[in-house]
Design a protein around this ligand. Structure first.
Ligand code: IPM
Ligand code: MG
Length: 398
C-alpha cells in the first residue's frame, strides 16, 4: 500500500518539476516589454468581480473614463466590458477563469479588475483556484507592485511582491499523500527571482532611492528563500549606489510598526506569500486595505486591482454602497501611469490625497456613518477637475 502511495507521490512531483522546467525555459526566452506609445487603440478590459467588487470597480471605471475622455473620443483608448469573471460563472464552469473569459482578457492590453471571491474549503462554492492567482499565472504578471504612503509619518514605501511563484502558484497543486499527510510546494526559480528583484532595483535607481530591502526567511526556509536572497545580493552588485539589506519576515512585520525606524525603509522586494501578508499590514497603517491599490505587471499584459478581497459580508449586510472605492481608484492611477499618462495619474493621486488626507470634507467608513462610494467618487472628480488641485496638494505635501 505505501509503495503505491509513494509511486503516486513521485508521479505528481514529477509532473510539477516538468511544468516548472518548462516555465523556466519560457521565462528565459521572454523578450522585452510592450511599448504603449505605438499601440492604438489601447484596450482597457474591465472585470467587475464579485461582492463589493461590482460597486467599486464601477467607481474606478468612471474616474478612468473621465480623465481619458478625449482619448476615448479620438478612439485612442477603448474600454471593453468583460462580464464573466463572477463567482457564479466561474463556479458554473468549475474554472478559476473560464476559457472564453480568459480569451477576452487576453484580447486587451491592460485590465482593471474588481475583487473576486476566492472559494475556501467548506463554503458553498466548488473549491476552484483564486481568479487573481490564475490571472497572474496565465498572463505571467510577475510583479505585484504595491505602494503605501503615509506623508505625515514620512512613510513612502513601495513593495515589489513576486507574483507567479513561491507558495502560491503551486499551492493549488499540493496533494494529500495519504489519509494523514498533506504536502504543498513552494518554488523559487533563478529567472523568476531575478526579474522581480531587478524591477525593484530599477525603480530605486529611477527614483533616486539608495536602499532596497529584501525580505525572506532564508535562515529557516533555506533552499527557496536562500535562492531569493542570493539572487538579490548578486543583482545588487550591478547597482553600486544602492545598498541592499536583508530582513526576515517576522522581524519585518514588527519593524513596520516601529515609529522610529520604519520610515527608513523605501523599497521592499519579497517572495509571494510574505508580500501578500506584509502589504496588508502596510495598507492598514495607511488607513485600511480599502485605501491601497496594486499593479500586477508582466511583459505583455498588466492588471490593476485593489489589494483586498470582495468583502461578501458587506454585501449581505447591505453595506456595499458604502465600500471605499479608493483602492480601485489608486489602482486606476497606476494603470494610467503604466499606459503612458503620468500627468493624469498624478492628478488622480493628488485628488485622492487632497480628499482623503488634507481636506477631508467627506469620510468613507464602510457603513452609514460615512458617505457612499458614489458620493465619494463625485467628490474625487470635483477635485480632479479643480484648477487649484496642484497648489492645494503642494501646500500640504511639503
Ligand atoms: C491579494 C489577495 C489575493 C492574494 C487573494 C484574493 C487570492 O489577498 O491580492 O493580496 O492572496 O494574492
Ligand atoms: Mg492579500
Amino acid at each position: 500500500m505505501s509503495k503505491k502511495l509513494i509511486e503516486d507521490a513521485k508521479s505528481k512531483f514529477a509532473s510539477i518539476v516538468e511544468g516548472e522546467l518548462r516555465r523556466v525555459e519560457k521565462m528565459k526566452k521572454d523578450t522585452g516589454r510592450i511599448d504603449y506609445s505605438s499601440v492604438s487603440p489601447i484596450i482597457i478590459g474591465v472585470c467587475w468581480g464579485d461582492g463589493i467588487g461590482k460597486v467599486i470597480s464601477g467607481h474606478a471605471e468612471k474616474v478612468l473614463n473621465h480623465v481619458l475622455k478625449s482619448e476615448v473620443a479620438k478612439g485612442k483608448i477603448k474600454f471593453k466590458d468583460i462580464a464573466g469573471l463572477t463567482i457564479e460563472n466561474r463556479a458554473k464552469h468549475k474554472k478559476a477563469i473560464p476559457d472564453d473569459v480568459l480569451k477576452e482578457i487576453k484580447s486587451c492590453h491592460v485590465i482593471l479588475k474588481g475583487p473576486t471571491t476566492t472559494p475556501q474549503a467548506g463554503d458553498k462554492w466548488p473549491n476552484i483556484e483564486s481568479a487573481n492567482v490564475a490571472m497572474r499565472r496565465h498572463l505571467d504578471l510577475f510583479a505585484n507592485v504595491r505602494p503605501v504612503r503615509i506623508p505625515k509619518d514620512g512613510i513612502d514605501w513601495c513593495f515589489f511582491r513576486e507574483n507567479t511563484e513561491g507558495a502560491y502558484v503551486l499551492g493549488s497543486k499540493g496533494f494529500d499523500v495519504s489519509e494523514d499527510i498533506s504536502v504543498d510546494f513552494k518554488v523559487i526559480t533563478e529567472p523568476g527571482a531575478e526579474r522581480i528583484i531587478r524591477m525593484a532595483f530599477e525603480y530605486a535607481k529611477n527614483n533616486n532611492i539608495d536602499r532596497v530591502t529584501v525580505v525572506t526567511k532564508s535562515n529557516v526556509v533555506k533552499t527557496t528563500d536562500g535562492r531569493f536572497s542570493r539572487v538579490a545580493f548578486r543583482i545588487a552588485k550591478e547597482y553600486p549606489k544602492i545598498r541592499l539589506d536583508e530582513w526576515y519576515i517576522d522581524i519585518m512585520t514588527a519593524k513596520l510598526l516601529d515609529p522610529v525606524r520604519r520610515n527608513e525603509f523605501k523599497v521592499f522586494v519579497l517572495p509571494n506569500l510574505y508580500g501578500d501578508i506584509l502589504t496588508d499590514e502596510a495598507a492598514q497603517l495607511q488607513g485600511g486595505v480599502g485605501t491601497a491599490g496594486s499593479a500586477n505587471i508582466g511583459k505583455k499584459w498588466a492588471m490593476f486591482e485593489a489589494i483586498h478581497g470582495s468583502a461578501p459580508r458587506m454585501v449581505t449586510e447591505g453595506r456595499d454602497k458604502f465600500a471605499d472605492p479608493c483602492s480601485m481608484v489608486r489602482a486606476s492611477a497606476m494603470l494610467l501611469r503604466h499606459i503612458g499618462f503620468p500627468e493624469r495619474a498624478e492628478k488622480v493621486e493628488m485628488a485622492l490625497d487632497v480628499c482623503g488626507l488634507y481636506e477631508k470634507k467627506m469620510a468613507i467608513t464602510g457603513r452609514e456613518t460615512g458617505v457612499t462610494g458614489d458620493e465619494y467618487t463625485k467628490y474625487l472628480l470635483s477635485w480632479i477637475d479643480n484648477p487649484k488641485l496642484k497648489s492645494r496638494w503642494e501646500e500640504k505635501a511639503k
